[in-house]
Design a protein around this ligand. Structure first.
Ligand code: SAM
Length: 220
């Protein structure tokens, strides 16, 4: 029987986080420091191992056109944009302009500003307003949980064949398992997990990393 999981300690987690590339990216470290200075809300930011994971997946898939739904202070956006080719483009959908005002100087300092186009407003409206010709190789969904399925259904037709959609927080700290019916976020994510595993348009896997990450590949 293969070892499928083991409980990890903070020491093991720290060991894993230290053993990755990008850990010494000075501008990313500065952005993370500025994000942590915001206090409890900084919990919304993706953790370091996920940031490296996004960069590697974007680079390995040779993505050129990417979209992020929910940008916050721009850590995920920086991880995605740094892995795009010079001609690549990342559309960032964010409802709160304050978070983007924190992100922008760091993107500029990293030389990534020209690759990133921010759309302020509800992401559903932003995605619907994209031209029909916009086709993505990579999407990262990380905004309001009850709309994840709507983001998925709007983005899937706009993905190229073999395009990757990454969904964050798909374990929702475990609350997706037998969700409390009154907890709408947990119910929405739990239903989406059930839908994705049987969806013939994609192949997907739910990886128990960070708060649970689903990777879905659009089939031809
Ligand atoms: C979990 S945070 C995103 C973290 C980010 N991806 C990162 O790499 O650190 C979720 C973000 O989604 C934004 N958001 C929430 N509802 C939204 C909506 N309807 N449209 C666009 N953005 C939304 C929030 O303002 C917040 O910044």
């Amino acid at each position: 029987m293969s070892l499928s999981f083991f409980p990890i300690t903070k020491e093991i987690y720290d060991y894993a986080v230290c053993h990755r590339s990008h850990g010494t990216d000075p501008i990313m470290l500065e952005l993370r420091k500025a994000t942590m200075a915001l206090g409890d809300i900084a919990e919304m930011a993706i953790p370091p191992e996920e940031e490296s994971f996004l960069s590697i997946i974007v680079a390995a898939s040779k993505a050129e056109m990417a979209i992020e739904v929910g940008t916050f202070t721009g850590i995920g956006a920086m991880a995605i944009a740094r892995a795009l080719p010079p001609s690549g483009k990342l559309f960032c959908c964010e409802i709160n302009p304050h978070w983007i005002s924190i992100a922008t100087p760091f993107w500029r300092k990293a030389g990534l500003e020209s690759k990133i186009e921010v759309r302020i407003g509800p992401a559903l409206d932003t995605i619907r307003s994209l031209s029909k010709e916009s086709r993505f190789n990579f999407a990262f969904i990380d905004a309001d949980k009850q709309n994840y399925e709507n983001y998925y259904e709007l983005l899937l037709p706009r993905m190229k064949e073999n395009g990757l959609i990454i969904f964050d927080n798909m374990l929702w700290r475990g609350r997706v398992v037998n969700p409390d019916p009154s907890d709408k976020d947990s119910v929405a994510l739990s239903r989406l997990n059930d839908k994705l595993k049987d969806d013939p348009r994609i192949e997907s896997v739910l990886i128990p990393m960070a708060d649970g990450i689903v990777i879905a590949r659009k089939k031809g």
